[in-house]
Design a protein around this ligand. Sequence first.
Ligand code: NAP
Length: 330
Amino acid sequence: MMTVRATAQDARDPLSGVTVADVADPGPPEAGWVPVDVRAAALNHHDLWSLRGVGLPADRLPMVLGTDAAGTDPDGRAVLVHAVLSTPGWEGDETLDPARTLLSERYPGTLAERVWVPARNLVPKHPDLTWAEAACLPTAYLTAYRLLFTAAALRPGRTVLVQGAGGGVATAAIVLGRAAGLRVWVTSRDEAKRARALEIGAHAAFATGERLPEQVDAVVETVGEATWGHSLRALRPGGTVAVAGATSGAMPPADLNRIFFRSLRVVGATMGTRDELVAVQEMLVATGARPVVDDVLPLSAAPQALARLAGGDVVGKLVLTVGAPARREP
Ligand SMILES: NC(=O)c1ccc[n+]([C@@H]2O[C@H](COP(=O)([O-])OP(=O)(O)OC[C@H]3O[C@@H](n4cnc5c(N)ncnc54)[C@H](OP(=O)(O)O)[C@@H]3O)[C@@H](O)[C@H]2O)c1
């Protein structure tokens, strides 16, 4: 089967470690796992971190990349793959299992013609979503849902600032925030991305670091050092910065004085639960909102797609497909 694997790691040149190759199906790693024939798999910054040597120990190479997939199970049912793997028997929020892992960290990921997952990690795919749209949900849309509605506990009418408007999680937060009745403000370094953010649902767009007209209830933060100070300054007293990423660096000045003096909340989140994955799909179906897909390419074009992701010239998700082009799928 065709796979996209990390075969080497380089912090400066992550793309040098990507290999597209046919390999034998490894079969189930443990009892109770089932194969999913992948129809579409979205790329995430997580794939670049793995190629840089962050979060994926070198002794696990080669490793099939990918944390997002939609495909068919052995009974031919259309499914989404929940990429958070908790310990068998774990009860409750699986992201809080100390031993949890994501697909492509310990077990082969989704950038392949077939991926094996625990049967409990399958979620029925709604027919209203295309394969490409469905493939965006398990990482970026799940994470954005968790940040907005669980970590920041936002309600309709509240104002959220989304940093780094073009990113996969950021565009998901714009789409979901707008659909939920939030007032959505964004920042981006790039004028074209700010314009695109307005098209997909943002109410206002600002240059990165620009002073805002008023303070916000919450910030969705995935950029890290480059925007952290602005995120804290943007919050009203008692506001929440919901953080799930640190693309530009993970060690900004903490500004503890501001955090305690203004009673700010800093809440971290990684991915979400299977229940939240079900909920985000239901929300999209109910509201008619849809994931922002920047481009759809064949699985074999993964190196070019990863190069685009690394270059940052993307608004929304890059999706790889197996078989028929996903845009034509129901
Ligand atoms: N914890 C989790 O579960 C989870 C889940 C998904 C993602 N993440 C993390 O969240 C981050 C974003 O992931 P993603 O997949 O959404 O990535 P992505 O699509 O590659 O996001 C790129 C965005 O980051 C912004 N950015 C990057 N460097 C910047 C800088 N120096 N200054 C300002 N903005 C910068 C850019 O915004 P503009 O160009 O618009 O300014 C760009 O649009 C990654 O670090 C990823 O690992 C975590």
